[in-house]
Write a protein that binds this ligand. Structure first.
Ligand code: ADP
Ligand code: 5GP
Length: 193
C-alpha cells in the first residue's frame, strides 16, 4: 500500500465466539461494495478452508520472511505459534477494484489498523451479551476443545476492556437486530463523503 494515501476501510474485531464471522458474512452477502481482506496465517487450514479464500496459508518460516520484507501493515501472534497478518497487497487489490477493504482481525490488530487509518476507518467491536453467553456459543459451535474454549474465554475478558478504543460497539444479543444494526452503520459509512 502506498503509505501516503489512506483508503477508507472497515475494521471488525471481537472476542472469539461473539459472532464476528456471522456478522461479517452477513455484510459480505448484503451486496454492499465491500471486499474481504484475505490475511496470511501460519495456522493450518481447517475443514473446507481453501488457500486464498479464508486465508493465504503459509509456513511460519515464510511468514517471518514476509514480515522482514515489510509485506504486512500489521501482524499478531493471535494464538501461541499461530501468526496472522494483513497484507499491504490486499489493500491495493481491493481498492483498485473500487471496493472498500473489510478487515476481520483480532482486537489488537483492529486497534493497530485504526491507529494507521484514523478517520478513514470505521472500527467496530462486536460485543457478546456476556462472557457466559460467549462461552455457551463456543460450546454450541463445537469447533474447539474444552481447553481452547477456556483460553478464548480468558482472553475475552482482556479484549472487552479494549472495546472503548473502537469507533463503535455492537452488542450481538439478538442476531437479527445486530445484523440490521451493522448493516445500517456500515451503509452510512459507505455513503458518507
Ligand atoms: P466468532 O467469529 O466471533 O468467533 P461466530 O460467528 O463463529 O463467532 O459465532 C459463534 C457461534 O455463535 C456460532 O455457532 C454462531 O452461529 C453463534 N451465534 C452468532 N450470533 C449469535 C447470536 N446473536 N445468538 C446466538 N448464537 C449466535
Ligand atoms: P481463526 O484462526 O479462528 O480463523 O482466527 C483467529 C483470530 O485471528 C480471529 O480473531 C481473526 O479475526 C484473527 N485474524 C485473522 N486475520 C488476522 C490478521 O491479519 N491480523 C490480526 N491481527 N488478526 C487476524
Amino acid at each position: 500500500m502506498n503509505s501516503e494515501v489512506k483508503p477508507r476501510v472497515l475494521i471488525i474485531s471481537a472476542p472469539s465466539g461473539a459472532g464476528k464471522s456471522t456478522l461479517v458474512n452477513h455484510l459480505l452477502a448484503s451486496g454492499l461494495p465491500l471486499q474481504f481482506s484475505v490475511s496470511a496465517t501460519s495456522r493450518k487450514p481447517r475443514g473446507g478452508e481453501k488457500d486464498g479464500h479464508e486465508y493465504y496459508f503459509i509456513s511460519a518460516v515464510e511468514f517471518r520472511k514476509r514480515v522482514d520484507a515489510g509485506e504486512f501493515i500489521e501482524w499478531e501472534e493471535v494464538y501461541k505459534d499461530h501468526f496472522y497478518g494483513t497484507l499491504r497487497s490486499e489493500i491495493d487489490r481491493i481498492t483498485e477494484a473500487g471496493k472498500m477493504p473489510l478487515f476481520d482481525v483480532d482486537v489488537k490488530g483492529g486497534i493497530s489498523l485504526k491507529n494507521i487509518f484514523g478517520d478513514n476507518a470505521l472500527a467496530i467491536f462486536i460485543m457478546p451479551p456476556s462472557v457466559e453467553e460467549l462461552k455457551q456459543r463456543l460450546i454450541r459451535r463445537g469447533t474447539d476443545q474444552e481447553d481452547k474454549i477456556a483460553m478464548r474465554v480468558d482472553k475475552a475478558y482482556k479484549e472487552i476492556e479494549l472495546a472503548g478504543r473502537f469507533d463503535m460497539v455492537i452488542v450481538n444479543d439478538d442476531l437479527t437486530r445486530a445484523c440490521n444494526e451493522i448493516l445500517t452503520v456500515v451503509s452510512g459509512f459507505l455513503n458518507d463523503r
